[in-house]
Design a protein around this ligand. Structure first.
Ligand SMILES: [Zn+2]
Ligand SMILES: [Zn+2]
Length: 243
């Protein structure tokens, strides 16, 4: 963001929207001190299933595992019952405010955990780079696309839109459906883009902001696997807590 733009639209905390002191630090300034503190603590909260810190948690919803996802990197968990938490406020704001500093900040937060996961496959972000025609990708939601683009910019990986959202009207609200119905609906709501059909992709990092039921994420992973992608690793800011 240019200095002039910053003066006209002073940077605000991505979670609580308080005014941030301008120090030209760009993405590092996306959260105020209090919200940043809360965000960092959330990363260390223990997963109720594996007891690891959230940022190290390897748990994956069955639906996503069954769709052939090799891993799911997440930073924190998302609890819909805590609307005032920094995690909820930040992820909700990402859906409605196109704040480049915020996307850069959250993408930079994802970078190291993704690199750590890629290490296990003896890969690094340069294996997911333009010349290999592999890509960091998005699956249709604007905030996920922004996040994927920031991540691509920071890591040198290529961003490519591989999946598109179909215009699809859900007959009932997703939350009232069974897991199988959700997956079926989600499968009808996404399709491969032209680039997705043409690219001979080996490895894809599937980016989303928040994974709630996992149905859309699973449908995307499934499409990519069926299109011949060998390795799909998911990455998101937050996975919703199980109810
Ligand atoms: Zn704040
Ligand atoms: Zn876990």
């Amino acid at each position: 963001m240019g200095i002039l733009k910053k003066l006209i639209f002073p940077p605000r905390c991505a979670a609580c929207r308080c005014l941030l002191p301008y120090d030209g630090a760009g993405g590092e300034q996306a959260l105020c001190r209090d919200c940043r503190g809360e965000w960092e603590l959330e990363k260390l909260v223990r997963c109720p299933d594996c007891r690891r810190a959230m940022i190290d948690c390897r748990c994956m919803p069955d639906m996503i595992r069954n769709a052939g996802c090799a891993g799911l990197v997440r930073l924190v968990s998302y609890d819909p019952a805590r609307p005032e938490s920094a995690v909820n406020r930040a992820t909700n704001n990402l859906k409605r405010i196109k704040d480049a500093d915020a996307f850069d900040f959250f993408a930079s937060q994802l970078l190291l955990p993704i690199q750590n996961r890629l290490d296990e496959f003896e890969l690094d972000m340069t294996d997911i780079c333009p010349r290999r025609r592999s890509a960091v990708r998005e699956h249709g939601f604007d905030q996920a696309e922004q996040l994927a683009q920031s991540l691509a910019k920071l890591s040198g990986a290529e961003f490519e839109t591989l999946l598109l959202r179909r215009r699809f009207v859900f007959e009932r609200e997703q939350k009232h459906l069974t897991a199988a119905e959700r997956l079926q609906n989600a499968g009808r709501a996404v399709r491969l883009s032209k680039a997705g059909r043409q690219a001979a992709l080996e490895r894809v990092i599937l980016i989303d902001d928040v994974v709630t039921t996992g149905a859309t994420f699973s449908a995307c992973a499934d499409l990519l696997r069926h299109a011949g992608v060998q390795l799909v690793i998911g990455a998101c800011l937050a996975v919703a807590v199980k109810k």
